[in-house]
Each structure stands twice: as structure tokens, then as C-alpha cells.
Design a protein around this ligand. Structure first.
Ligand code: SF4
Length: 389
């Protein structure tokens, strides 16, 4: 049941299509092949400090976001992003490059080959709705789980390649050499059956039926997704609320010797090729290094005064709740403080959700931010008296 109707836009902001927010302009950077070199990351940190609020947000779709940018700084900032190699030369391609690739890819492997081929094909694909996205999850372990994408290349339990439409439990089997042809056919089907009007694949599938042979095999289980910790020479880390503090990030890059950073779904990121002692260096720089850190289970969007739609502050309260309730969180539990009912930071049910409304908070248990609250108009003080979920 829905209690409120937050404003939903039919497009995502990009680096060349900034969005006005409560604290200025917001620009989203979509790293090519999901990777930013250490040098470009240092440059991005510098731009965030000079033109933004000093933070780089990890988005749920594994992009990087700068916010708090004065309108007059946008051109200088986009010039800076272009100089760092973070933008496609063609603005149309840049707007279509909604691709999430699993962070474990290696040059020449299946994920890398599909992503490279897809990037080269973007200009030839049919015109798709603004939020339409692609996931490439064909690495050694399942890692992306669609994350707000509309179509995903995945592996079936037997290791075969499949292409799955979001909202469908099963995917179409494809031979490796025909991956992009299969994608093109699915996109043509989406357009021909009216997908442009419904906007997203999952919504479209509520009414449209996929061809039966496109429902042939289930993807691998997503029961276990990547978590903070070392994997070979790489290191997966988190940051509270997915906010990377620019100066801390530069310290991290310097102290770990990482050659690149790959943003990941779930507001994590992977440092590629780190030196010995990187875990300790990351911990010292304030990043999340272990899967049991309670901060990973606490979600909060920027809230007021940073987002124009926010009806209350979020992160200060979330930090206090994390200190108070975090140690008692059991695995799988989650806590969400949202500036409004849109629920950007955790658009699904949490064990405890607080939604800003008219400067106070509505409280929901085991519900999404847009559901009907069980208590309304709570103050920070009321909420901090909570001793359990
Ligand atoms: S959930 Fe948060 S970030 Fe999203 S629109 Fe509402 S206040 Fe803004």
C-alpha cells in the first residue's frame, strides 16, 4: 500500500545532463568498463573538492556522483571530467552508457568482451527509455544481480551464457558469439511490443509476454554477493552511506598503491592491485573493510538540506542509530533513514525504515519507504529512544 507519491523522473542524471538538487547541481559519472584509473580518481577527488561538496557518492548502479556543484561551475567541471577521460566524446553515447559490469572482470574474459562489444554498439541500438540499463555478470562469481538494469548477461547454473530480461525468472540461452545479436533481438522485441511507453523492462513484463524460448534457464544463485575484504591482489571496501570523502580517498590511493578503482553495486568499490597492508591502510582512512561492519546495514540518502525533495535530515540521525542499534543488528537486518518516501538509498523493505515528512519522521517496520507507516510525526528524540527494531 502506498502512503505517498514521491516525484519520479523518467531519466537519470549524467555528467552531460546534470540535475538540479537541493544543494546545487548533481552530476553522475559512468566509468568506462566500470573502472577509474587511480590517476583519474585523484583528479575526480580534486574536482569534487573544488566544484562539489567534497564527497563522491557511490550509486546503487555502480556509478560515481558529484553533488553540491554551483550552476556556474558545471562547464568547468565537465571539461575536467572530459580531460580525465571519464566522458564519451559523443554526448548521445554518453547518455546511453548505462552499463554495470561485474567488478572482477579481467582483460579478454567474457564480461570484458561483451562490455567492449556493447559499448561499440550503443550508437546502433534502437532508441531506449532514459533509464534503460544493461548488466554484465558473467564472471567467476555472480556479483551484479541486475541492480536496476533492464537486461542482463548472466551465466546459468551449468555455466552457459544467458540473456535475461528484468522481471523474468529465466533467461534465453545464447552461444557466446551471438551475445550481442541476442541483445539486439530482445531490444527490438521490447520496442515492438510497446516498451518505450512502459519505460522499464520489469514494468513492461507485467503485460507483455516474452517468447517462450527466452525463458529457458535460471541464472546462478545470488545468495552470496561480494562483500568487503581481500580477493587476491584486489580489495573490496565500503564507505558509510556510500559517500567517499575525497581527501580520504586520495590518502587511500596513496597508501594502498592501487592502480584503479571499480565501483560496485551495493555501494561498495574494489581497489585493483593493492600493496601489502592495504586492509589496515583502508581501515585507518575510515573505510569499511569487513562484511560484519554495522554501517553496511544502515542506509541513508543525503536528505535535507542536500536534496530538493527531502523533508528531513537523514545521515546525522542514521549515524546515531548505527551507533545505538548497529551492534545488535543480526546478519541480513537493515535500517534505512530516507529524506522522503522515494527511498533512493534503499528502494525496498528494511527491518526499520524512517521516512522524513514535514520535518519529522514516519516509522515503518519490514516495509518500504512508500508503504503505510505504523507511527507518524516522530522526532529525533523519539527515535533515539528506540532500543530495538
Ligand atoms: S529519497 Fe532522499 S535523495 Fe531520494 S528524493 Fe527523497 S530525499 Fe532526495
Amino acid at each position: 500500500m502506498s502512503a505517498a507519491a514521491p516525484r519520479v523522473r523518467g531519466w537519470c542524471p549524467g555528467a552531460l545532463r546534470p540535475m538540479l538538487s537541493g544543494d546545487g547541481m548533481l552530476l553522475r559519472v559512468r566509468p568506462m568498463l566500470g573502472e577509474v584509473s587511480a590517476e583519474a580518481m585523484r583528479g575526480l577527488c580534486d574536482l569534487a573538492g573544488r566544484h562539489g561538496n567534497g564527497l563522491i557518492d557511490l550509486t546503487s548502479r555502480a556509478n560515481l556522483q558529484l553533488r553540491g556543484v554551483p550552476e556556474g561551475d558545471v562547464t568547468t567541471l565537465t571539461d575536467g571530467l572530459r580531460a580525465l577521460g571519464l566522458l564519451d566524446p559523443d554526448p548521445e553515447i554518453e547518455s546511453r552508457r548505462n552499463i554495470v559490469i561485474e567488478a572482477g572482470w579481467r582483460p579478454g574474459d567474457l564480461s570484458h568482451r561483451i562490455a567492449t562489444e556493447l559499448m561499440g554498439l550503443l550508437g546502433d541500438l534502437p532508441k531506449l527509455p532514459g533509464k534503460f540499463g544493461f548488466a554484465i555478470d558473467t564472471g567467476a562469481e555472480p556479483a551484479v544481480n541486475m541492480v536496476a538494469s533492464d537486461v542482463a548477461f548472466e551465466l546459468a547454473a551449468d555455466g552457459g551464457l544467458i540473456l535475461r530480461a528484468d522481471g523474468a525468472p529465466l533467461g534465453r540461452r545464447l552461444r557466446i558469439g551471438e551475445a550481442l545479436q541476442g541483445l539486439r533481438e530482445m531490444l527490438d522485441w521490447f520496442i515492438a511490443t510497446g516498451g518505450q511507453d512502459t519505460g522499464r523492462m520489469a514494468r513492461h513484463l507485467r503485460h507483455a509476454k516474452l517468447p517462450p524460448d527466452w525463458l529457458a534457464a535460471a541464472p546462478r544463485s545470488y545468495a552470496s554477493l561480494p562483500k568487503p575484504g581481500p580477493s587476491g591482489a584486489d580489495l573490496t571496501l565500503g564507505a558509510a552511506f556510500g559517500a567517499l570523502e575525497a581527501r580520504a580517498m586520495i590518502t587511500l590511493l596513496d597508501s594502498t598503491g592501487a592502480r584503479a578503482l571499480r565501483p560496485m553495486p551495493g555501494r561498495l568499490f574494489r581497489l585493483m592491485g593493492v600493496a601489502d597492508g592495504a586492509v589496515e591502510a583502508a581501515r585507518d582512512a575510515g573505510f569499511i573493510t569487513t562484511p560484519d561492519d554495522p554501517a553496511l546495514a544502515v542506509h541513508a540518502c543525503p536528505g535535507a538540506p542536500y536534496c530538493a525533495q527531502a523533508e528531513a535530515g537523514t545521515r546525522a540521525l542514521a549515524r546515531q542509530l548505527c551507533d545505538q542499534l548497529g551492534p545488535r543488528l543480526t546478519p541480513g537486518q537493515s535500517l534505512h533513514v530516507s529524506g522522503c518516501a522515494k527511498g533512493c538509498a534503499w528502494p525496498r523493505a528494511a527491518d526499520l525504515t524512517l521516512v522524513g515528512r514535514h520535518g519529522a519522521y514516519d516509522l515503518l517496520r519490514n516495509a518500504a519507504p512508500w508503504d503505510t507507516p505504523e507511527a507518524r510525526d516522530l522526532t529525533d528524540t523519539d527515535i533515539l529512544k528506540l532500543t530495538e527494531f
